[in-house]
Design a protein around this ligand. Structure first.
Ligand code: CUA
Length: 153
């Protein structure tokens, strides 16, 4: 009879353990906005599957956008993006080949574009103007030419 009690206890502990694991995994899937989140992706197929098959801006709210950007040697897709002043932009960045950078001087946006990962960051463009986006990770002979623009109207 004692064995039965211990067996029940063991099963109960296992259930608690699994529940904690499940809650942990769920919590990790939810990130506060503005955080540096990372998700796994296949760099070989990333450019042929949504959302990166059509990189660029997707409006998700009133002046709020998701920006899906593919980095590759040696450029970014899309080439230019335009958003209204005050736009809140959630950047999702990945690379098709080697490690690149996605850095917007004068802002806090500074992400690594890593093959196999989607890096995430949120920024609100309060000031109008032309924002240059640069690759700040050395990625090969044309690294210096790797740039795109975000125009805030
Ligand atoms: Cu891409 Cu440097």
């Amino acid at each position: 009879r004692l064995e039965k009690i211990w067996l029940t206890f063991g099963i109960a502990m296992l259930a608690v353990f699994l529940a904690v694991l499940g809650i942990g995994a769920f919590a990790m899937g939810m990130e506060p906005p503005g955080s540096h989140g990372t998700h796994a992706v296949d760099p070989v197929t990333v450019s042929s599957e949504p959302p990166f098959d059509t990189p660029g801006l997707v409006q998700i709210g009133e002046n709020e956008y998701n920006a899906y950007v593919l980095a590759f040697a040696f450029g970014f897709s899309p080439v230019d993006m335009e958003v209204p002043r005050g736009a809140r932009v959630h950047f999702y960045i990945t690379s098709q080949d080697v490690v690149h950078g996605f850095s917007i001087p004068r802002t806090t946006v500074n992400l690594m574009a890593v093959p196999g990962e989607i890096n995430h960051m949120t920024y609100t463009f309060d000031k109008p103007g032309e924002y240059l986006v640069l690759c700040n990770e050395y990625c090969g002979i044309s690294h210096e030419q790797m740039a795109t623009r975000i125009v805030v109207k």
